[in-house]
Design a protein around this ligand. Structure first.
Ligand code: PRX
Length: 633
């Protein structure tokens, strides 16, 4: 990892170079990886179509970089440490040699079941080693993985499988999450009723829940693994071949499949991992995200393994069996780098210091935060009680579409400031723009955050719908990638992300579109219309507030039960993560004469700020606002 910067001066120098000569800069970084054939053109791009290609002509396989490359130097070093949900169950440590072996075997299982280069594979697994192994097995043979987070419903899985026309699904009988058992295979069975592209389902055993196994379609992973060898040469991939699809929510319609490609993503995930966390050989890196999200893809699997790191994979939740679970893991595995989300920190803060004090946290050297803005109180609690004021905190801002971290301190190098993501990484050129698209220069300003130059880890398209990619990210401000986030740049040139400026919610670090939740609520019988907004929530960051209009209900109807029914429908359609925290029944919504819902007013009411509603004179029926105010929950 010669590309690891060691001082702030080196960061400044790298940044300058990355802007003045981006191609030379990234070519030098990329040359540290194993390429079967070197690239012929480092970068080709325009943000109009958009068309972005990095390292064209280069041939590689990301698993040769994450696994084979390390066998000579660190075959017996732990690659993955797995900590199960239940602290009394013994975990597993896989060395690089063992991981290589298991990935090759799983890759052969996929081949045996008809998966070929370019095919899409849906992975719906708990946080067990097999999840990382399945991801890498796909990459080994050039199949495109689409990991679906275990908290999504059958309907959401079906939508994702159908959008990508997945040929095979990898799942488990069930999953443990805290004191809950989730019947994964049964959820997949429900999903597959409407998924004609799926030919095979590979099922691993985790919870020993009885499952239906359909002859000709479903096979047991354990039995399949017995039929194969550990010899699986890596498929040669073009730098711009698809590596994976990951679905994420936007402000309109169904979630879209963000596409990342092999070469650029690998280079960017590894570069940012080594630099942001300042990873040193031998350290244990614990990223608490689920591999079902981009954070898990880049900073549990690909980034750490590409750098030859030891990555910890945790199956459970922070509060079970008690709120000391993270700290117990840190102590037990001598974790050096802890990377988690503000919502987890806030939730653990509420349990006080006792669960923290029971454990030795002296191994910690670097703390990270990701997924949503971190409030000052949580930042200081993390700094004081977890890092004991001796561990730099990296507040890392980025998105599914970015592949890796874009704005963040480099641990120990960049001077931090609570609630600030601080400075852009080398290769990242942020700009702030006003509503009219004019670039706002200078410091002490705020605006909408755009990026004006490509970086290797950026999305290339949205699967099956390139126009949607152009529309969503490249049309608001022509010539720039629009992030959807608001941001301020202070007098020191430090960036602070203030949150989404579009109709995307961030609930416990999960990204959810208001339109998606509304569509789900509207599917409930008797619902005429709904409007969903976010409101500040102490633990989740944002909570979901739904205003719902129903058909006339019988006088004796049980409003509370109807609310719970609506929650059940949302859980069915999207999953439990999208359940509204509050539902208010209303008879009308504040609409303009052209029929547009004035969300600004609904947000104010949800926030409890009812005396500051601003101008309501343009409303079709201003009286509706008084009714909503009076009934706010
Ligand atoms: O609003 C920003 C917020 O999370 C959004 C991206 O969500 P997702 O694609 O699910 O990826 C999350 C993990 C990479 C962003 O548009 N966000 C992410 N990190 C931060 C953040 N907001 C403030 N500070 C952060 N560090």
């Amino acid at each position: 990892m010669n590309f690891q910067l060691k001082t702030f001066a080196e960061y400044e120098e790298a940044y300058q170079k990355s802007v003045s000569d981006p191609e030379a800069f990234w070519a030098e970084v990329a040359s540290e990886f194993k390429w079967r054939k070197p690239w012929t053109k480092t970068l080709q791009w325009n943000f109009d179509e958009p068309n972005v290609k990095w390292f064209q002509g280069g041939k590689l396989n990301i698993t040769e970089n994450c696994l084979d490359r390390h066998l000579e130097t660190r075959a017996d070093q732990p690659a993955i440490i797995w900590e199960p949900n239940d602290p009394h169950e013994s975990g597993v440590t896989l060395t690089y040699r063992m991981l290589h072996d298991q990935v090759c075997r799983m890759a052969n299982v996929l081949k045996r079941n008809g998966v070929a280069k370019g095919d899409r594979v849906c992975i719906y697994l708990p946080m067990v080693p097999e999840l990382a192994i399945a991801v890498l097995a796909c990459a080994r043979i050039g199949a495109v993985h689409s990991v679906v987070f275990g908290g999504f419903s059958a309907q959401s899985i079906a939508d994702r499988i159908n959008d990508a026309k997945c040929r095979l699904v990898i799942t488990a009988d069930g999953a443990y999450r805290g004191n809950k058992e989730i019947p994964l295979k049964s959820v997949v069975d429900d999903a597959l009723i409407g998924c004609p592209s799926v030919e095979r389902v590979v099922v691993m055993t985790r919870t020993r829940t009885p499952v239906a196994m359909l002859k000709g379609r479903d096979v047991w992973m354990e039995q399949e693994l017995k039929q194969v060898t550990a010899d699986c040469p890596a498929e040669e991939m073009d730098a711009e071949d698809m590596l994976f699809i990951l679905y994420t929510s936007g402000s309109t319609g169904k979630p879209k499949g963000v596409v990342h490609t092999c070469g650029g993503y690998m280079v960017y995930a590894a570069y940012t991992f080594a630099n942001v966390f300042q990873y040193k050989p031998g350290q244990v890196h614990f990223c608490t995200a689920d591999i079902g999200w981009i954070t898990g893809h880049s900073y549990i699997v690909y980034g750490p393994l590409a750098c030859g790191a030891t990555t910890l994979l945790f199956e459970g939740v922070p509060t079970w069996p008690d709120a000391g679970r993270f700290w117990e893991i840190v102590d037990k595995h001598k974790v050096n780098i802890l990377y988690t989300a503000p919502t987890a920190i806030r939730s653990l803060m509420s349990f006080g210091l006792e669960p923290v004090q029971k454990h030795d946290l002296s191994s910690l050297e670097v703390l990270g935060s990701v997924g949503e803005p971190i409030n000052a109180e949580a930042w200081h609690w993390y700094d004081d009680n977890i890092g004991k004021n001796r561990c730099p905190i990296v507040d890392t801002w980025w998105q599914t579409e970015n592949g890796g971290i874009l704005i963040s301190p480099l641990a120990g190098l960049t001077k931090t400031k609570p609630t600030y993501a601080t400075l852009p990484l080398p290769g990242v050129q942020p700009v702030l723009v006003d509503e009219n698209g004019t670039v706002i220069e200078g410091n002490g300003v705020s605006g909408n955050l755009c990026i004006k130059f490509p970086w290797p880890g950026m999305l290339r398209t949205t699967y099956g719908d390139h126009e949607r990619c152009r529309q969503t990210y490249f049309s608001t401000y022509p010539g720039m990638y629009f992030t959807g986030d608001g941001c301020l740049r202070d007098e020191d040139g430090y960036y602070r992300i203030t949150g989404r400026v579009d109709d995307v919610l961030n609930v416990s670090g999960h990204r959810i579109g208001t339109a998606e939740v509304e569509n789900a609520i509207n599917m409930h019988t008797g619902v005429v219309e709904s409007a969903v907004v976010g409101y500040p929530h102490d633990i989740k960051g944002q909570g979901i507030y739904a205003y719902v209009i129903t058909e006339a209900l019988p006088a004796d109807h049980d409003a509370d039960l109807t609310k719970r029914d609506i929650l059940a429908t949302v859980t069915r359609v999207i999953g439990p993560i999208a359940k509204p925290d509050k539902i208010q029944f209303v008879t009308g919504l504040p609409k303009t004469r052209s029929g547009k819902i004035m969300r600004r007013i609904l947000r104010k009411i949800a926030e409890g700020d009812v005396n500051n509603l601003g101008d309501t004179t343009t409303l079709l029926d201003p009286a509706v606002v008084d009714e909503i105010k009076a009934g706010a929950v």
